[in-house]
Ligand binder design. Structure first.
Ligand SMILES: C[S@@+](CC[C@H](N)C(=O)[O-])C[C@H]1O[C@@H](n2cnc3c(N)ncnc32)[C@H](O)[C@@H]1O
Length: 267
């Protein structure tokens, strides 16, 4: 057990232990084998079509089915207890979708904004917030171009499972946005798919091990990086990693998740 705690999150590690590290990790092998990540064709606004479809489904709360959302809320309950996660303040969720995570965080007392590129998602989020009688500022926007929001507006930037939707050089822009929006020592919380993909028909057909992207035709839709590379991207963008863990997949046929809290340590 103590070995697990001190060993790095290997891409192939099984079964899925929860790692709980604080930097600096002795002998932690940071590689950047996948960097620089090539830019590929992608279609962020294409998420809107999926929301149009999901919104027709009865009892669906948003991007995630209700059972997965319940697991995410459990994970959030834990995150809120992390030493390095601020207990109050202004928070923005990047890629908030139908707003369920933003609404939960507003109910916990944070002053929340949520942004998503999909107008249908933001309509849905406003409706969900009204139903929950919760105040959240939702806006349609591309996380790579949020010039309308002033620098250093937030204490916390929460990745709404958006970072793994962002491909190639755009990933640096996502991190630049997060960095710019945060106050000095503000906290970035990333939850992103990582490491080995399961041996299912979907991944056999769509995962390209060379680029580590899922491909639909010539469009790259998700980046499933190796955890060490993902951590390196965050450090190179001007953050200091404070806390991280590799979480087991949410669903049986899912992918591991990297959960990371980092501080903006310089302007
Ligand atoms: C996996 S979904 C998660 C949504 C929501 N956070 C949730 O937990 O239900 C990722 C979200 O990122 C959004 N997204 C993808 N690319 C984006 C971009 N460039 N700018 C803003 N939002 C984006 C998608 O529209 C989608 O709502």
């Amino acid at each position: 057990m103590s070995d697990e705690k001190n060993s790095p999150p290997e891409a192939h590690s099984r079964p899925f232990p929860i790692f709980h590290y604080q930097f600096p990790i002795p002998n932690f092998p940071i590689t950047n084998s996948q960097l620089p990540i090539p830019q590929m064709k992608t279609d962020y606004i294409g998420h809107d079509k999926t929301y149009q479809r999901y919104r027709q489904e009865a009892n669906r709360p948003g991007w995630m089915a209700a059972t997965d959302l319940a697991k995410v809320i459990q994970q959030l309950e834990r995150i809120l207890l992390f030493d390095y996660f601020p207990k109050q303040g202004k928070l923005i969720e990047l890629g908030c979708g139908a707003g369920n995570i933003s609404i939960y965080l507003a109910q916990k007392g944070y002053e929340v904004s949520g942004v998503d590129i999909a107008p249908t998602a933001i309509d849905w989020a406003i409706e969900n917030a009204n139903q929950a009688q919760v105040q959240v500022d939702f806006l349609v926007g591309d996380v790579l171009h949020l010039e309308e929001i002033a620098d250093e507006s937030f204490d916390i930037v929460m990745d709404g499972f958006c970072f793994h939707c962002i491909i190639g050089d755009d990933r640096g822009k996502f991190l630049q946005t997060a960095h710019r929006l945060l106050k000095l020592d503000g906290r970035l919380c990333i939850r992103t798919m990582c490491n080995q993909v399961p041996d299912t028909q979907y991944y056999r057909e769509h995962f390209d091990p060379q680029t580590r992207c899922t491909m639909h035709g010539d469009l790259a839709t998700r980046y499933i990086g190796l955890s060490n590379d993902l951590i390196m991207e965050v450090i190179q963008a001007g953050f200091k990693v404070l806390q991280l863990e590799i979480s087991p997949p949410l669903a049986q046929d899912g992918v591991e998740g990297l959960l990371l809290v980092a501080a903006k340590d310089k302007n």
